[in-house]
Design a protein around this ligand. Sequence first.
Ligand SMILES: *Cc1c(COP(=O)(O)O)cnc(C)c1O
Length: 364
Amino acid sequence: MEFTEELSQQRKSDQERAAVLANPGFGDFFTDHTAVIDWTAGTEGVSGTWANARIEPYGPIALDPAASVLHYGQEIFEGLKAYRHADGTVWTFRPYANAARLNRSAERLALPQLDEGAFVESLRRIVQADIDWVPSGDGEALYLRPFMIATEAFLGVRAAREVSYRVIASPAGNYFGGELKPVGIWVSHNYARAGRGGTGAAKCGGNYAASLIAQLEAEENGCKQVLFLDPFNNEAVEELGGMNVFFVMKNNKLVTPRLTGTILEGITRSSIIQLAQDRGMEVEERTITLGEWREGIANGEIQEVFACGTAAVITPIGVLKNGSEQIGDPEAPAGEVTMALRTELLGIQTGVVSDRHGWLEQLA
Ligand SMILES: *Cc1c(COP(=O)(O)O)cnc(C)c1O
């Protein structure tokens, strides 16, 4: 796909950009450009087409107030990072896996399929236009946020016939800020993020909208994140609002909830499964209940627990708060296996550990 390019006349000055990059935070600042591709449905027997692939200045989107994304939430997104390596080149991690997942989400949300090559090209073009925004500090990256929205102005309920795919980019520091301290997690009993036949396995804004009230509940109880249980029996561990969960067991074993259709399949999750197997660990994808968590911490079967996702990479979980019950130790330091996997994964992403699985893709 050919992209046209209209460069911004209002690029941030070197000084303004340097001020942002000195303390990027997460998701607070955006680069000078955005990538866009528009889709229009075909007519009877003719498939829809993607057109007008372009890089344009970052700025507000003109949307008709009747655009269906604003009413029925027909939206999906992705998240991945561009890492600057020591030699100045910029790489991203398993972008074809993100492209494939975007298309799985698109299918579930009745949005059009986007060619995987066009997806990766859109990342390449925005990173090349905004290359000076890719930070080089330890643990820093340029977070890329591709998303697809229904733009058709139509209040009837059906899949939109006009759609827009976009990519924005945001320099990112450490997701949880500061040092890598184990976080406290709140068990949600009042709310679920997914249900049978629902959108739990799709990366869509609606899932996040549904999780926010549980996140507020977590914060009221002094926790950073929420753990959702399976919506059927309220027993099996599923995932956090935006991260998958792993348990380091004794005897060199790793356990993570199996993909049931209500869990989002993280690319970090599948990479960790591979890295653990490479280390000779046995990896089980299976049902793990809250009861097993409680007993495993008590009898030493479970040695470490961590959460993972692109934004925060790997984050140790200290304590699980289940109502007034506390499982684990809020003061426990990050576990050894957790830290080793984190160091290895970050090492591959940042180019200091050999990329033996061919996961890196050069963007610039
Ligand atoms: C994006 C996401 C994850 C993590 O996926 P990664 O590909 O590892 O970033 C986990 N759970 C949910 C609900 C997500 O949206």
